[in-house]
Design a protein around this ligand. Structure first.
Ligand code: ZN
Length: 636
């Protein structure tokens, strides 16, 4: 898919330049995410790209087409593991054919290691690609396994889960009120029997890519919109130069206070979903500017943040007495990079450090040019018609679905993640591998609970509660049924957001059974679910919100684990099969990704007089272009 950038032409020349420089910085770190996802991803990508450029055999054969599909999947997932399920995927060609491709790509520059013969190289790379026992999963969070040893992600080398925990627990022993995010920007390895962190920085790990990021950030500094934004960007550069996590916190405080700028950027090692222990962050970037009209809506939400906090069904001890600086805006994204490309979030709430959120607030965004692109596709694909329980549900979804899901995202990001507090002495990492799905559930439940509140209509956020009904229908339908389209038969649910969706839907289904709040029924051999009592469902959302907040505030690992393992992981195999079959008939792609627009400076002499914007539609072309112009890390 492509996304449009309405309003770009109304920006000033300096603003356009700022977006251009930040966009280049967003692309400069592309290799990092490939390497973080798995240590041989860059080698595989380079090998496949060299074949695609140089193979002299029959390029029209079905086998070669299948080879190209595999390459596109590797690009899409930033590696050889599915971006969502994190399972390794395989090309639909034989190993013999792959070897033939390599041998008939004479001019190719393959990423041979030192001392490696071509035959050894072929053996190494084809084993990585074809052997199902090598690196089967990027993130393995199965109960009872060593999550570090059994996960293929590249945040650790030669260490066990126990050693990782001991290493970081020791760091936390003298923790103060404002702890850094220990281990966030490094790889933990064992060298000569000793554990040591390899820090991501200009002179450390990933230095060659980080230097390029710095180069573009330095240009951005020269066209910053104001002093605050400029100070922030300078601080970010300082952090990249040193890898110092105290500076990272200082940067985040500056960033969260920069509210007047139109243009904004997320650029760094930020989200920890890619590490089974949730310690180490993947690299990502999102460049954007404010949608001023739509931001009036989120303005209402952030103005009422304290009211939402005070009136939530959560125990008083777990509420923030004073909600600080929750700012919310609707943004138009202009470039996606790293872990946010090509599959992108639709909302973001940062920074992640709890104490910064508590003392300095957080910035929350809804990315509306992306949600709009999704919505346009969804209107005509037949998905709703297949799975909705009634014509009334379909009509409601078409009328209010877009508004409802944007509002849900606003509430989830702005007040959901921002709500609540930990009891003194409770670590934000107490929930370990269950932290991510429970945190997402907390934010979703906060949003869902308030969607049906009179306040939403009174404050002008929605015209009536049919909007909330549309959201409840969509949420329960997705959590109980339709998200199963994304899971392979025989597999469990792994991804944090999906675990969260099923947790909420299944828990409410079970707890509401005596009152028939949610009903499953079969019509013409097809399963549907419908909501019989929206008000009672709202009460259940409130009840679960109170419990999940308690679990987080008290750091109650055991109950958190039990909730997730009971409701969020296992799927009903019969229903799963049925949903997959119905879905297959629609012939839709289960995931969507976005092609970035391309910015090109227009020069007069050596002066930039304009930034031109184009919307390419050739995904493979964009990938080859990125690999040519933004490959800064060694591939072997
Ligand atoms: Zn979230």
């Amino acid at each position: 898919m492509r996304y449009q950038i309405p309003g770009f032409e109304n920006l000033s020349l300096d603003q356009k330049k700022l977006i251009y420089y930040l966009s280049q910085a967003a692309l400069a770190g592309r290799d990092i995410i490939f390497d973080q996802n798995y240590k041989y991803n860059l080698a595989v990508r380079k090998t496949l790209e060299e074949i695609s450029k140089n193979y002299k055999g029959n390029r029209l054969s079905p086998d070669f087409q299948k080879f190209m599909v595999y390459l596109k999947r590797v690009w899409f997932s930033n590696g050889i593991h599915h971006h969502y399920s994190t399972d390794k995927f395989f090309p639909e060609i034989s190993k013999e054919y792959f070897v033939e491709l390599v041998k008939n790509s004479k001019e190719a520059e393959f990423p041979l290691q030192e001392g490696e013969t071509p035959d050894m190289f072929i053996e190494r790379i084809s084993t990585v690609i074809f052997d199902p026992s090598i690196a089967p999963k990027r993130i393995n969070q199965d109960a009872g396994v060593d999550m570090i040893v059994s996960s293929a992600c590249n945040y650790y080398d030669g260490v066990t889960e126990e050693e990782v925990e001991a290493f970081y627990n020791k760091m936390k022993e003298n923790e103060d009120e404002t702890p850094v995010s220990y281990g966030l920007n490094s790889k933990l390895v064992k060298e000569n029997g000793k554990l040591t962190e390899k820090i991501y920085s200009a002179n450390g790990l990933y230095g060659d890519a980080i230097k390029q990021i710095i180069l573009w950030l330095e240009k951005a500094v020269t066209v910053a919109e104001n002093k605050k934004q400029q100070d922030g960007l300078k601080k970010l550069i300082e952090y990249y130069k040193t890898g110092d996590l105290d500076i990272w916190d200082e940067y985040n405080i500056l960033w969260v206070q920069d509210l007047d700028s139109d243009i904004d950027v997320v650029n760094g090692f930020i989200e920890v979903y890619g590490d089974p222990l949730g310690i180490k962050a993947s690299w990502e970037s999102v460049v954007n500017f404010k949608d001023k009209e739509a931001t009036k809506r989120t303005g209402i939400i952030s103005e009422n943040a304290q009211w939402f906090e005070d009136n939530s069904p959560v125990d008083e001890r777990f509420k923030k007495k004073k909600v600080k600086g929750v700012s919310a805006k609707v943004i138009t994204v202009t470039q996606l990079g790293g872990d946010c490309y090509p599959s992108t979030p639709i909302g973001i709430n940062l920074p992640n450090a709890d104490w910064i959120r508590k003392e300095h607030g957080s910035k929350s965004v809804t990315i509306e040019n992306i949600t709009y692109a999704y919505h346009q596709v969804a209107l005509g694909d037949g998905f709703l018609e297949e799975f909705a329980a009634s014509q009334e549900e379909i009509d409601l979804a078409k009328k209010y679905g877009y508004m409802a899901s944007n509002l849900h995202t606003d509430m989830h990001e702005c007040v959901g993640h921002g709500s609540g507090q930990l009891l003194p002495g409770v670590s934000s990492e107490a929930l370990k591998n269950y932290h991510s799905p429970l945190e997402e559930a907390r934010a979703d439940l906060f949003a869902l609970y308030y969607m049906m509140d009179p306040k939403m209509v009174e404050s002008g956020l929605m015209p009536n509660h049919d909007v909330a009904k549309a959201e409840y229908n969509a949420y329960i339908r997705n959590g109980l049924m339709t998200q199963l389209t994304r899971i392979d038969i025989g597999k469990n649910i792994e991804q944090a957001h999906m675990r969260n969706h099923q947790l909420i839907a299944k828990w409410c289904f079970k707890k509401g059974k005596p009152d028939n709040v949610i009903e499953k029924f079969i019509k013409d051999g097809k399963t549907y679910c419908k909501i019989n009592n929206y008000q009672k469902l709202r009460d259940l959302f409130g009840e679960l919100l109170a419990e999940v907040q308690r679990i987080k505030s008290e750091g109650d690992y055991e109950t958190g684990k039990q909730l997730i393992e009971t409701y969020a992981v296992k799927v009903d195999p019969e229903l799963h099969k049925e949903v997959k079959e119905r879905y297959a008939k629609l012939n839709l792609a289960p995931y969507g990704g976005f092609i970035n627009p391309v910015f090109t400076p227009v020069y007069e002499g050596d002066k930039i007089i304009d930034i031109k914007i184009e919307y390419p539609d050739d995904y493979a072309g964009q990938m080859m272009d990125y690999s040519k112009n933004f490959s800064f890390l060694p591939a072997n």
